[in-house]
Write a protein that binds this ligand. Structure first.
Ligand code: NIG
Length: 400
């Protein structure tokens, strides 16, 4: 058995209201024991228990704040090349257009598999440094059968939550033949990718796939036994959110341009509204109205959407800061959305919370409270990332 005691925690966020105060279930002067990768004990102000005395390793956090690891439920991590010039042009006034995806398709297709693997692993390391203990990875930068299969395979080496996104954009060679491409996505491409993935997704948007095409992609994925996710209402209002809810998708992602009927559909459903504020920052879109969604009763997740076009960041702290400053979320709601919310969007009940039986995935902040994630924007505050009870990253400067 392997066990880790995290002791002398000033503020412990469990995300279990039954274990502590408020919606985050906060404990003060707490300790956490992780055994064989799972949370075994959560304690506040008590004497040392037999379990903590028996732990074979210990970390004294010196009164710091410990939170559940961030769960990033929307990334496009497997790609080559960057689009810094496109970003610079956007900052100079050019609008964001989905067509930029084709530039990344070209550089990704040109990269050898080993290189793609190396680049994706580097980004996974970067995410660990940002406190992300679990993430989802989408394909979508190949748009042909073997290329999409390759991206799904590389993703599956790093996470079990891989999403097939062959319907990311219409490749140029299928111009005016969208229905033929959709047939390919629903047929040979899905068949090649399905063994590597848990989810299927579609970019339902003007300039990408319309409502009927998106429905066909999602229904084919469901038929193949995959869970559903939808890029919905990112650049304009459209049928994406309604389709996601109607088909029982786990998540409708972006939700930047919502009609009232979209809000009520999400609120009355099991579909999580996954908000991606770093993309709205980088594409100069308005921010999604998280307040209205939460007040209506919708479940909200925050994710980084790390990709080279619309959101080249792995910083969940940045997303939390935007959500609090610009989207009407409280600190507690934003932290919940970036942890438990992400887990809900992936239908993973044992992640995003620190309660007995859940995964031992935690972040030790170099700060006494989670408020510092927003109070000190842009400052690296992740002192350590714990993955299944093992130290996956420590920041020597924040010295534990
Ligand atoms: O979620 N909108 C579609 N896909 C990505 C952007 C991809 C890109 O621009 O390369 C997104 O924002």
């Amino acid at each position: 058995m392997s066990s880790l005691l995290i002791d002398n925690i000033g503020l412990l966020v469990t995300n279990e209201p039954a274990l502590g105060d408020g919606m985050l279930g906060v404990l003060r002067d707490a300790a956490l024991v992780i055994e064989n990768g799972l949370v075994a004990e959560v304690r506040s102000r008590g004497r040392r228990s037999a379990r903590s005395a028996a732990a074979d390793r210990g970390i004294d956090t010196g009164g710091r704040c410990v939170i559940p690891g961030f769960v990033d439920s929307h990334t496009h991590l497997v790609f080559a090349g960057d689009r810094a010039e496109e970003f610079a042009a956007r900052m100079a006034g050019e609008p964001y257009a989905a067509g930029g995806i084709r530039a990344t398709v070209a550089s990704t297709q040109a990269a050898a598999t080993e290189e793609l693997r190396r680049l994706t692993e580097l980004r996974r390391r970067e995410a660990l440094r940002a406190g992300i203990t679990h993430l989802e990875i989408k394909s979508g930068y190949a748009l042909e059968v073997e290329g999409e299969r390759r991206l799904c395979q590389v993703g599956s080496e790093l996470t079990e939550d891989v999403t097939f996104l062959g319907a990311h954009l219409l490749p140029t060679e299928y111009e005016h033949r969208a229905d033929e491409y959709v047939e390919l996505v629903c047929g040979a491409m899905l068949e090649a990718c399905a063994p590597h993935v848990r989810w299927t997704d579609v970019f339902c948007e003007r300039g990408a796939f319309d409502g009927d095409q998106s429905r066909a992609v999602l229904e084919a994925g469901r038929e193949a036994g995959l869970g559903l996710r939808v890029h919905a209402n990112q650049l304009s209002r459209g049928p994406g959110v309604q389709l996601a809810v109607e088909l029982g998708a786990a998540s409708a992602d972006h939700c930047t341009h919502l009609a009232k009927t979209d809000v009520s559909a999400l609120a009355g459903s099991g579909t999580v509204a996954t908000l991606l504020p770093a993309s709205d920052f980088s594409t100069r879109q308005p921010y999604p109205d998280a307040r209205t969604l939460l007040d209506a009763g919708a479940t909200v997740a925050l994710a980084t959407n790390c990709n080279p076009g619309s959101s080249y960041t792995t910083s969940m702290s940045f997303c939390i800061a935007l959500a609090v400053r610009e989207m009407g979320m409280s600190l507690e709601e934003a932290l919940m959305a970036a942890t438990r919310g992400g887990a809900r969007a992936l239908r993973e009940d044992d992640r995003g919370r620190l309660a007995p039986g859940a995964r031992g995935d935690a972040v030790i902040l170099g700060a006494p409270s989670y408020a510092h994630l927003v109070y000190r924007p842009g400052v690296p505050l992740i002192a350590a990332t714990i993955l299944g009870g093992e130290v996956a990253f420590t920041d020597a400067e924040l010295g534990l």
